[in-house]
Every structure is written in structure tokens, then in C-alpha cells.
Design a protein around this ligand. Structure first.
Ligand code: SF4
Length: 161
């Protein structure tokens, strides 16, 4: 979804959003049943926990560098390809609940995006991306995360009536 603004080449070189430490393991994506089954077909040891209609990973251990790699991550990138979770397709944008109101925030770890002017980051959202994100979250509330301190808030949803 962000291909227009975030080149696949930049993402391929980085992959930070697919590797988690103890402090951002809550950021692992929410999968649907189809995606879960694709991963299980390749990595049958992967454990999932149901979450509000979706599935999140059960993280049971970290590697010697104290990191957890998403089980869908392979040497050549994400095994899910175009079927990757919505969470991953909009990353580093995040949708969070702030005191009962939904907002779009940004993960600062993505330097490629975070280094851009705020006007540009908000501009991408106003060009239609925010509407898509909120609409998806209406159907899939499991992707809405509780607000996490340190995530800049880019845009609040207009009051829903
Ligand atoms: S599902 Fe794919 S894109 Fe998303 S975190 Fe895992 S490897 Fe990365």
C-alpha cells in the first residue's frame, strides 16, 4: 500500500519491521486465518494466539541476540508476498486507540519514513490512506493497538457519529 512512497528496495535492505526485541514485540502483526495457515504450512512450529478475530504470534523465545524474527521472514523477504498482513502493508503507520479515539501514529524506527517532513507524512494520509486504514479497522478492530508512548500522533479520526 505504501509502494508509491516507500520503495520495495529500501524495505528489502532493512527489514527492521520484521524483527522485534523485548520492547517492541507487541508490534508483531495481526494475521488472518489464511495468512496464519500459509505460515503454518512452512513453519509448523509457529504458535498463534487468537485476538479479536485475528491471530497474533505467541513469542516464546528470543535468539542469542535477544531478537525475535517474524516466522514469515525468509532470506528473500516475507514469504507472504502480496498476502502480507494489513499491519505490515501500512507500516510504519500504526492505528492506535488513544483514550477511546482512533488515531494514526508512526513507528519512529523506520528511518526511511521518519526522516521525511511531517507535512509529507500527514499528506500521504490525507490523500486517501487514512480513510483506507480507518475503514479496514472498522472491519478488523483487532489491528487497533493501544497507544504506546513515543509514537508521534499524525492524525486523529474525525468523530464517528
Ligand atoms: S508478515 Fe512479513 S512483512 Fe510482516 S513482519 Fe512478518 S515477515 Fe515482515
Amino acid at each position: 500500500m505504501l509502494k508509491k512512497i516507500l520503495s520495495p528496495e529500501s524495505c528489502a535492505k532493512c527489514r527492521l519491521c520484521c524483527i522485534f526485541d523485548r520492547y517492541d514485540v507487541w508490534e508483531t502483526p495481526v494475521f488472518n486465518e489464511f495468512q496464519r495457515d500459509l505460515i503454518l504450512a512452512e513453519r509448523p512450529d509457529t504458535e498463534f494466539v487468537p485476538k479479536d478475530g485475528g491471530f497474533i504470534l505467541r513469542v516464546t523465545h528470543f535468539d542469542e541476540d535477544q531478537l525475535f524474527r517474524c516466522p514469515a521472514l525468509t532470506e528473500t523477504g516475507c514469504m507472504l508476498g502480496d498476502n502480507k498482513p494489513f499491519d505490515c502493508r501500512i507500516w510504519p503507520y500504526r492505528i492506535m486507540d488513544i483514550g477511546g479515539r482512533r488515531a494514526i501514529t508512526m513507528a519512529s524506527i523506520c528511518q526511511e519514513m521518519y526522516s521525511r517532513p511531517l507535512s509529507q507524512l500527514v499528506g500521504f494520509l490525507k490523500e486517501g490512506l487514512a480513510v483506507q486504514i480507518f475503514a479496514y479497522a472498522d472491519q478488523h478492530p483487532e489491528i487497533v493497538k493501544h497507544y504506546y508512548e513515543g509514537y508521534p500522533v499524525l492524525l486523529f479520526e474525525k468523530n464517528r457519529s
